[in-house]
Design a binder for this molecule. Sequence first.
Ligand code: FEO
Length: 391
Amino acid sequence: MEIAKGVYYVGVRDWDRRIFDALIPLPRGTSYNSYLIIGSDGKTLIDAVNPGFEKELEKNISSVVEPEEIDFIIMNHAEPDHAGAIPYMMEVAPRAKLVTSKIGKKMAQIFYRVPEGRIRVVADNESISLGDKTLHFIEAPMLHWPETMFTYLVEDGILFSCDFFGAHLPGAVYSDEIEDVLVHAKKYWAEIMMPFRSMAKKALEKIAGLDVKVIAPSHGPVYRKPESILNSYKSWASGETRPKVTVVYVSMWGSTESMIKYMVGTLASEGIELAVHNLAVADLGELAKDLVDSRAIVLGSPTFLGGAHPLAVYAAYILKVLRPPIMYAVILSSYGWGGGAVKQIQRMLSGYRIELVGTLEVNGPLTRNDVERITELGKALAEKIQNVRER
Ligand code: FEO
């Protein structure tokens, strides 16, 4: 597939993959995108693919050029889903140099045993000429590994951004052919990029001066109209939130669930948007996506052997490591014969910049007094959310 004159999509689609990092659900699978650039004076492969797909990549390349004619293999990122095929490609393209950042060089040597003599390190803003096409390299560290960089094809205005702007969507080459592309891009942002918002902001500032006509990431579709994804990334990177609450809970005998129901009812009647996830059946990708622009979180957990339920511990940990721009929290808990869940969740969230609006721990089924307290807490949370000044 030629996405611009002399620029070919040669990536592979992994329809059957259902989990990433043994953690992230992939309801539609994913793609490992590679691109081939044919310049008048050099042929370049941008990113390789996941282990197991080497032959498919080679076959795709062969439909355009003989793989041994490749001069440069660009490693924008060393993670195996984009670099796993590098050892194979270095063999089938014996004259090719691996082009990567300084930190990337070390990773290529350690992970892929690429000999030093076959690596060309590029600095920030360095370029390589392919004759009628120019590759310009932009360091974009910690998006989401320290070696990550972008490659910009100057003459065609194509930004090869690897994971940045990615989505786990194997279904179409172009984003405008997918109706819910931004939903999936938002999930991807939440799972991979959200912990690095400040670095994302810097990278967006760096590319703001470029004439980006097309964004070609290494997962999911190519954006030939990049405004929508650029604007979304600007909003997500700056931590813009909405009057929205993500509610996550787990309940063993129904008391915590009752507390959540009263809380949700109060927030809804105050006009607050809600995303509710029962942790016993929740999809982590959906939950992470909802955290991207939520202003507050309500965490509900029963007490389980003197602490929070393990699923609530998991949720609190995910919250802390994904670092969404959440500003307020409420913790609700019930217990049968001994409390402790609220204290444990509070401890886990310590050090995270979040205002705890209130907590409530009840013993057994709810009383009228408990319901009143939940309603008051809900109203207090709604007021905070509605009167917030963005950070
Ligand atoms: Fe898609 Fe960080 O690899």
